[in-house]
Design a binder for this molecule. Structure first.
Ligand SMILES: Cc1cc2nc3c(=O)[nH]c(=O)nc-3n(C[C@H](O)[C@H](O)[C@H](O)COP(=O)(O)OP(=O)(O)OC[C@H]3O[C@@H](n4cnc5c(N)ncnc54)[C@H](O)[C@@H]3O)c2cc1C
Length: 302
């Protein structure tokens, strides 16, 4: 029996698992193999299986920055489970959160305990692990401003280390965390806050998002990274592309850097519209917008 077969036989890995419900776009096909890990030991076992019998791997967080191909993913999807959803606060106010914790839950939970500094995360529907890898941020704040260190397990070589924020090369929506690295935990600086004030600040952020972003639609946040000195949404808007649609997929009339899909859309249709917008912007302005969202399972995409 191969290591993968053992993982399947023991019920820890499953075959042909639909990924769409695990993403905010709710689109795309199944993964060949899917494993939820609740302990470092199981994660290490997955790493051993991968090294013994290599295949593409996707570390999936809350699927809020991904577009999965309609054909699905020919590899193994690794997801952190309940075992990585703990939050604790030490006497110095350093907050430690498991990689599976949702960022809004973390921001709200620590604010209620009188710790602030992560309020901006209340509207980012990702996990701690995904936020660290993407150096997620908004309103001028990002993970790099508050991260002390992250515990990273490599599925490629089995190393398990606490890496200082400086060592992770975090910059705008970028980090040195590899696609075979799993952020299992992260420690953040926080400061003392009045819980009521922090709650009011988070309500302001949530209200601003409701007014300016297409809440309640199927999307994965900003599609393109902002080019230096400009905003991708503003560029797309200046070209009159708000509302531009190809079938059941359209550039959001509310925010031009969001692309919304109807429930019956395909991932391919989303990708076609992303490419059409990218082409149009390049033709008209000479700026090549770089996608912020990640393409998974597309022939030329990952
Ligand atoms: C409505 C909406 C608003 C958004 N607003 C913002 C915003 O203001 N700012 C912003 O930065 N982003 C925003 N996003 C995008 C997204 O929420 C962030 O990029 C988030 O950090 C992704 O986290 P995730 O857990 O969903 O990651 P996923 O989408 O699951 O994965 C994204 C990447 O992170 C990797 N990854 C996931 N978990 C781990 C882990 N534990 N260890 C290692 N790698 C991992 C994946 O392999 C993949 O490469 C928004 C998205 C939506 C839908």
């Amino acid at each position: 029996m191969t290591t993968w077969e053992r993982l399947v036989a023991s019920g820890r890995a499953r075959r042909h698992v639909e990924l769409a419900p695990m993403t905010t776009y709710k689109l795309g096909g199944p993964a060949d193999l899917y494993v939820v890990v609740d302990t470092i030991d199981t994660l290490q076992e997955v790493g051993e299986a991968l090294r013994a019998e290599p295949m593409p791997v996707l570390v999936l967080g809350r699927g809020s920055n991904l577009l999965i191909a309609d054909e699905g993913f020919r590899g193994v999807v690794v997801r952190l489970g309940e075992g990585f959803s703990r939050v604790s606060i030490d006497p110095e106010g350093i907050v430690e959160a498991g990689g599976a914790v949702s960022l809004p839950r973390l921001a709200r939970g620590i604010a209620a305990e009188g710790r602030g500094g992560l309020e901006w995360g209340v509207g980012i529907p990702g996990s701690v692990g995904g936020a660290v890898r993407q150096n997620a941020g908004c309103f001028g704040r990002e993970v790099v401003d508050v991260l002390v260190e992250a515990r990273v397990v490599s599925l490629a070589d089995g190393t398990d280390r606490w890496a200082a924020a400086d060592a992770l090369d975090l910059s705008y929506r970028h980090s040195a965390i590899a696609s075979t690295d799993v952020v299992v935990s992260a420690r953040f600086h926080t400061s003392g806050v009045d819980p009521a004030e922090a709650a009011a600040e988070m309500r302001r952020i949530t209200r601003w998002r409701k007014e300016h972003q297409p809440g309640g639609t199927l999307n994965a946040g900003s599609v393109f990274k902002n080019p230096p000195g400009d905003a991708a949404g503003a560029i797309i808007d200046r070209l009159g592309l708000k509302g531009f649609a190809l079938g059941p997929v359209r550039v959001s009339p509310r925010h031009a850097n969001f692309i919304e899909a109807e429930a019956e859309a395909t991932a391919e249709a989303v990708r076609r519209l992303i490419e059409a917008v990218q082409r149009r912007v390049e033709e008209e302005t000479g700026i090549r917008l770089e996608p912020e969202i990640q393409f998974v399972g597309f022939e030329d995409g990952d």
